[in-house]
Design a protein around this ligand. Structure first.
Ligand code: FMN
Ligand code: SF4
Length: 559
């Protein structure tokens, strides 16, 4: 299939507005604003059959029609660039490689629904994506594609960028709106839906990046072109993100309805090292797992539910026959437990309990009854959580027990992993013991998650004195702390006190701090400290953290 959404990806500097225009860019905005009335565009999108690419697959044209058709009502458009679903990396790619394409979608969509203000909400960790958004918006203002009287019409549109702090729940549209309003990102009750009561209680359209990227192409090529691609209920091209044990992980633009077999074997180069497939997660971490018997299922909204899964974001995660399913699901459970916003009890408590039970089984400490307990618990979350995150957290658990119960039983009975045949007791316990000290429990938890996933043993403490007490008791190999804990310079104070203690003075420290605090570096008592200012935007970037940890543990002196 000829590429549409990814057509500019091999064009050098496609994010540059001149290059974009030279490749046909902004013709769709021109055509839409000059040749079409807003209602005609809504009709076009409805006829195309476009459905949202953010996970739920709601019909896009219908969503636009639900916005009030009253020019006196202030309406907003929000571009959801949160993309926190594990396995999903298409929106980031679109924004990094061809951002003007998405901005064209934003302008046309805002014009169609009568919104004069749009907000790009982007996840905190997407540094280059945020930089790109800011640049392309500025360039579009300069060329008259944004601002007042766009292309000489009466249509005005202002767009600005808002960076989130890296919470998965802030991708959920109502939690996103709370966050955009400056509040804690937790979901709102629906109904009312954002199209009626959204940002600052005004009608608001929230869209996924890929959905918006489809819009200019429908304007240029027509709704029939789009509707002729795909299956009966899933139209158009789709970007499938393929990751895991494949030869060529990456983003592949293919027609909706392409089979998993074609995606994995023809496009992603098959399974690494010629191994076999054990399991496939078809639509991002919150969709139920499938097995090789499902390889011929079309990747479409209507066909995946028939085999007990969902299209979700179209993020295909492939696991080969050497994968320990219990281990993989434990990792996913940790993700959901960490990302649960805590608003409702079933999810807040349920996700953590599932994580703990899985951890026990994974470590060979499970009891026979734990598998059914896990299933009971997972089922008790279904239909009882406030938003879909809670229910989504049960999908990997329930589907993996359905297909791989024997692996769970093996872990419990034999106290070893069926896949690797390595007795759990022989696995290295940990490569090092690390004490994480911070008054921000989220920081401690996410750092713990990253480190534990890499086989480090982690102990947490919430302030400097607790840190010293734990360091004496546990004798860690390394401490990760923050200079500015609740009492000013608590971390620095802890470091000085450690110098006075023979037992503690040789323990290296990674001091996480903000750029604004760099001057404090000179106040440190020894050279056993490393200052890492990149961690300003929490959560910590895993690669940077692991790199710093490895460097510090190997040298045990300053870096
Ligand atoms: C926990 C959770 C996380 C979500 N994260 C995202 C996200 O990162 N990006 C996104 O576009 N939609 C996400 N969604 C879906 C949004 O709530 C919403 O349906 C979507 O942005 C609508 O856009 P669309 O109609 O273009 O698909 C998430 C939903 C849930 C429940
Ligand atoms: S289901 Fe989980 S994420 Fe959703 S509101 Fe409840 S606690 Fe928050």
């Amino acid at each position: 299939m000829e590429k549409t959404l990814l057509k500019n990806f091999d064009v050098p500097h496609s994010g540059n507005i001149d290059v974009y225009i030279a490749h046909g860019g902004y013709q769709a905005v021109n055509k839409a604003l000059i040749n079409f009335k807003p209602k005609q565009i809504i009709e076009l999108i409805k006829n195309s059959g476009l459905r949202g690419r953010g996970g739920a697959g709601f019909p896009t044209g219908l969503k636009w029609e639900l916005m009030p058709d009253d020019p006196d009502v202030t309406k907003y458009l929000v571009v959801n660039t949160d993309e926190g679903e594990p396995g999903t990396f298409k929106d980031r790619y679109l924004v990094e490689k061809d951002p003007h394409q998405v901005l064209e979608g934003v302008i046309i969509t805002a014009y169609a629904v009568g919104a004069h203000r749009a907000f790009v909400y982007i996840r905190g960790e997407f540094f280059s994506g945020a930089k790109n958004w800011i640049k392309v918006i500025a360039d579009a203002y300069e060329r008259g594609f944004l601002g007042e009287n766009i292309l000489g019409t009466k249509f005005n549109l202002d767009v600005s960028v808002h960076r989130g702090a890296g919470a998965y729940i802030c991708g959920e549209e109502t939690a996103l709106l709370e966050s955009l309003e400056g509040k804690r990102g937790i979901p709102r009750l629906k109904p009312p839906y954002p199209s009626k009561v959204g940002l600052w209680a005004q009608p608001t359209l929230v869209h996924n990046v890929e959905t918006l990227a489809c819009v200019p192409h429908i304007i240029l090529k027509g709704s029939e072109w789009f509707a002729n691609i795909g299956t009966k209920e899933s139209k158009g091209p789709k970007i499938f993100c393929v990751s895991g044990h494949v030869e060529k992980p990456g983003n592949y633009e293919l027609p909706m309805g392409t089979t998993l077999r074609e995606i994995i074997y023809e496009h992603a180069g098959g399974i690494k090292n010629g191994r076999k497939i054990k399991a496939i997660i078809p639509g991002g971490a919150s969709t139920p797992m499938l097995t090789p018997e499902h390889l011929d299922v079309p990747m479409a909204f209507e066909s995946l539910p028939k085999v007990g899964s969902m299209l979700g974001t179209g993020a295909v995660i492939v696991m080969d026959d050497n994968t320990c399913i219990v281990n993989a699901v434990t990792h996913l459970a940790k993700f959901f437990a960490h990302e649960s916003c805590g608003k409702c009890a079933p999810c807040r408590i349920g996700t953590r309990t599932m994580m703990k039970l899985l951890g026990k089984i994974e470590a060979g400490k499970g009891r026979d009854e734990d598998i059914d307990l896990l299933l009971d618990l997972a089922n008790s979350l279904r239909g009882t959580t406030f938003c879909p995150l809670g229910e989504a957290s049960t999908n990997p658990v329930i589907s993996s027990i359905k297909y791989f119960r024997d692996e769970y039983e093996y872990h419990i009975k034999k106290k070893q992993c069926m896949t690797t045949e390595v007795p759990i007791s022989d696995k290295p316990e940990s490569v090092a013991k690390i004490l994480v000290v911070d008054d921000d429990p989220d920081f401690v938890e996410i750092t713990r998650f990253i480190l534990e996933s890499n086989n480090y043993k982690v102990i947490g403490a919430s302030n400097g004195s607790e840190g010293i007490a734990k360091a004496k008791e546990e004798e860690p190999d390394l401490i990760i702390s923050d200079i500015m804990m609740s009492s000013v310079l608590d971390g620095l104070d802890m470091s000085w006190k450690m110098q006075e203690d023979e037992k503690l003075k040789h323990i290296p420290i990674i001091m996480v701090t903000s750029i604004a605090n760099t001057d404090y570096a000179s106040l440190f008592p020894t050279d056993q400290y490393i200052h890492v200012d990149e961690f300003l935007f929490k959560p910590v970037p895993p690669d940077k953290l692991l790199d710093a940890v490895k460097r510090m543990l190997s040298s045990k002196v300053s870096v």
